[in-house]
Design a protein around this ligand. Structure first.
Ligand code: HEM
Length: 470
């Protein structure tokens, strides 16, 4: 009997302890953070418990299933992020919103981004825990980089030529001259990064890529409740599916898809980070460029002319030639500006961070730096902000932006993208080879509906009509 009473008391204290922890993490800490943010003048749309501002965010976010239009406008911000556009109207370029019980400081103000990057040491910023946990099946804990770019030129040329040969065969065998280039450019970029970094190939290891894609869709297309206490359990099926796919990718290591040297979990995580961070962003920058060149044929001609001048009759492309492709560099930057394939950068304050006399960001606050928002801000770029004008980058690496932190296609500070040189190289090689062999226009079947699934992509592919150049 005595033992029974002891067990009941023990059980009672365990429950009490769990309830205390729960109320601390779900109510008390978020409430205190809310108060501290408010004291610093940081307010925003009113959150509700336990969803925060999620219900408003989920209302009309463009995840691809919504509006599709044949007319191509680059004024995409309010369709992509209607909630941010609304909140910006009422709260300005810096405000607080809540994903469940997780506070996010939204920033589309380059002056504040500069302060965060210059006045605060990079080691004070981490990655948001809420995303790290949620995306663990995708990225694991990886981050490394190799840098033998010159050696990659021939690999990139060879892989791109294979894609173009396939296009040529496809055109020969079809009456329409139409190809949806989205998938093949994505596969080619995947092939390049896979071969360059890990010695695996898309052809023989396409199951790896397919699983990555399935995982990405499972994590980003569902209406999950990120940041909401126990939100995972309400969408258990999706969470289990993501975890299963993540584990299956890890298993591929043991089946020999990754090279012998990459045997530990940590190295498999590096591969995951690379695939996600690298191949899709690079592919999308080329895909959006194809769209912008198809709708601006005068720029196709300009670039073809430049390629003729720089590459001449050379049968082979060399690393040193690529620096001469200046106009291609302007076009690339203008595409990064209008359609940044990495649409935002995220941080989390590891400690209370004093940014200036009147601003302290409380520990645990997440930052959401809105890259698309800044790239589409007419106050920073002028009234022609939504027009495709590569010449704005002619004499200015910031494209005439009023603040140099207003143009951040690769992020900023200590966590800036480490793959940017690799992507410049890939961009110039793939585009040079495409433009040398084909001219192209938009297909009437194209639907303009950019959407975000971690990266920014065309929701319904990119069908183009091709003309081979002989
Ligand atoms: C056009 C191509 C690319 C774009 C637009 C892009 C953009 C970005 C952006 C915006 C970030 C976040 C930076 C920040 O938080 O300040 C990032 C991070 C990163 N990028 Fe890229 N990137 C590209 C290509 C690549 C490539 C080719 C690789 C690898 C080979 C790569 C590897 C990474 C890694 C490892 C990170 C850090 C990821 C993390 O901390 O979770 N990126 N990139």
């Amino acid at each position: 009997m005595e033992h029974m009473a002891m067990a009941v008391i023990f059980f009672f204290f365990i429950i009490l302890y769990l309830l205390c922890r729960l109320s601390l993490s779900c109510w008390v800490f978020p409430f205190l953070t809310h108060r501290r943010l408010k004291k610093n003048g940081l307010t925003g749309p009113s959150p509700s418990f336990p969803l925060g501002n999620l219900s408003e965010m989920k209302k009309k976010t463009n995840t691809g299933s919504s509006s599709c239009t044949n007319s191509i406008s680059h004024d995409i911000y309010s369709t992509l992020f209607p909630h941010f556009a609304r909140w910006r109207n009422s709260h300005g370029k810096v405000f607080v919103y809540w994903l469940g019980t997780e506070p996010f400081l939204y920033i589309a103000d380059p002056v504040l981004v500069k302060k965060l990057s210059t006045q605060v040491s990079a080691k004070n910023w981490g990655k948001p825990t809420v995303f790290k946990r949620d995306r663990a099946p995708m990225f694991g804990n990886g981050l490394i980089m190799s840098d033998c770019l010159k050696a990659m030129v021939s690999l990139m040329v060879e892989t791109t030529r294979t894609m173009l040969d396939t296009w040529t065969t496809q055109l020969r065998n079809s009456d329409t001259r139409e190809i949806d280039v989205e998938k093949s450019i994505r596969e080619t970029a995947g092939e390049i990064i896979a071969k360059a970094s890990f010695g695996i190939s898309y052809q023989s290891d396409h199951h790896v890529f397919e699983k990555f894609r399935a995982l990405q869709i499972s994590l980003f297309q569902t209406k999950r409740l990120l940041g909401v206490p126990f939100g995972k359990f309400l969408y258990l099926k999706q969470a289990l599916e993501a975890s299963r796919l993540g584990k299956e990718i890890n298993q591929l290591d043991q089946q020999g898809s990754f090279r012998k040297a990459l045997t530990t979990q940590q190295l498999v995580d590096e591969c995951k980070t690379f695939f996600f961070s690298g191949h899709e962003t690079s592919a999308l920058s080329i895909i959006w460029t194809m769209l912008l060149l198809a709708t601006n044929p005068e720029w196709q001609n300009e670039l073809r002319e430049e390629i003729r001048e720089v590459v001449g009759d050379n049968k082979e492309l060399h690393f040193n030639m690529l620096a001469g492709l200046k106009k291609m560099g302007w076009v690339m930057n203008e595409v990064f500006r209008l359609y940044p394939s990495g649409p935002n950068a995220q941080r989390q304050a590891k400690d209370d961070i004093r940014v200036s006399e009147d601003l302290t960001i409380p520990r645990g606050t997440n930052l959401w730096i809105d890259i698309v928002g800044m790239h589409h801000d007419s106050e920073l770029w002028g009234e022609d902000v939504h027009e495709f004008k590569p010449e704005r980058f002619k004499d200015d690496i910031n494209g005439g932006c009023k603040h140099k932190m207003g143009f951040l296609p690769f992020g900023f500070g200590g966590r800036m993208c480490i793959g940017r040189n690799l992507s410049f190289l890939e961009y110039k090689i793939v585009l040079t080879l495409i433009l040398s062999r084909f001219s192209f226009t938009m297909s009437p079947t194209y639907c303009h509906c950019p959407s975000t699934l971690l990266t920014m992509r065309p929701s319904y592919g990119l069908p183009l009509v091709f003309q081979p150049l002989d």
